[in-house]
Design a protein around this ligand. Structure first.
Ligand SMILES: [Mn+2]
Length: 255
């Protein structure tokens, strides 16, 4: 008998990845403050779901609700106040939520966050970066104001975000995973930030990794991963992957 070099993690090539029986799983890419597009996409998801009344329905948000687009606060309001009826909702953490949480605790996270579009989030909470004083002072004032303006339920939402979710042969995570490391032993920094080492890897990761974080013009479907970040904040195209059995389809807002 020939030993199997890759052990049980190597998938049978004839086995197509699938989600659990009788489940219809929707995964939504990076939203970045575009509450208009999220509302539109939710309508499309509901219309699709109505055609499958007997299915268990799950929606996974891949993270990056805030920054860049101008309506970060409104996106979080919508996710909290207007969840898709009849769906199990899973909200994953993106690197942008992580930067926002870091800034709330520690002002030295401010410059990095501002470089990544955090000023748009401050604006949506009614916080303006003062134009006088040095950067440290301005960030300290902004931090104090954000702490005051951020509703407790938003903080609870941000602190409750999960890093990963699995459905059958699919694994959901914001940025990706480090190839060669087991899915349950991944490092948080990799899951929130990784790019090329994951994106360029041809490895079979054990499950198909569904992720956002890296913008592409169209959803990127590879044998080992599916990228959903179509740059909604600038393109107007917010993408939702729909999984049912071994089938895949997409819903998208028109950019
Ligand atoms: Mn993003």
């Amino acid at each position: 008998m020939i030993p199997r070099l890759f052990g049980s993690r190597r998938r049978d090539p004839d086995h197509l990845p699938e989600v659990p029986e009788s489940s219809r799983v929707y995964a939504i890419g990076d939203i970045h403050g575009r509450v208009d597009l999220l509302g539109e996409l939710h309508e499309m998801v509901l219309e699709d779901a109505e055609r499958w009344p007997d299915r268990r329905k799950v929606v996974v948000y891949i993270g990056d609700y805030v920054d860049r687009g101008l309506q970060s606060r409104q996106v979080i309001d919508l996710l909290i106040d207007a969840p898709l009826r009849g769906f199990e909702a899973i909200h994953l953490k993106g690197n942008h939520e992580d930067m926002m949480l870091a800034f709330l605790k520690d002002v030295t996270a401010g410059p990095g966050w501002m470089l990544n579009g955090g000023n748009a989030t401050l604006y949506s909470y009614g916080v303006n970066l003062a134009d006088a004083g040095n950067m440290d002072e301005r960030l300290e004032m902004a931090q104090a104001e954000l702490r005051r303006h951020l509703p407790q339920r938003h903080l609870d939402f941000l602190e409750s975000l999960k890093l990963t979710h699995a459905e059958g042969d699919y694994f959901f995570v914001h940025a990706g995973i480090r190839p060669g490391v087991a899915l349950d032993r991944q490092d948080e920094l990799d899951m929130l930030w990784i790019r090329d080492e994951f994106l360029c890897s041809p490895d079979d990761h054990g499950k198909v990794v569904v992720h956002g974080h890296t913008i592409t013009g169209e959803p990127e479907v590879r044998p080992n991963r599916i990228g959903l970040d179509t740059g909604a904040f600038a393109s107007g195209t917010l993408t939702c992957l729909v999984l049912d059995g071994t089938e895949r389809s997409f819903l998208q807002t028109l950019g």
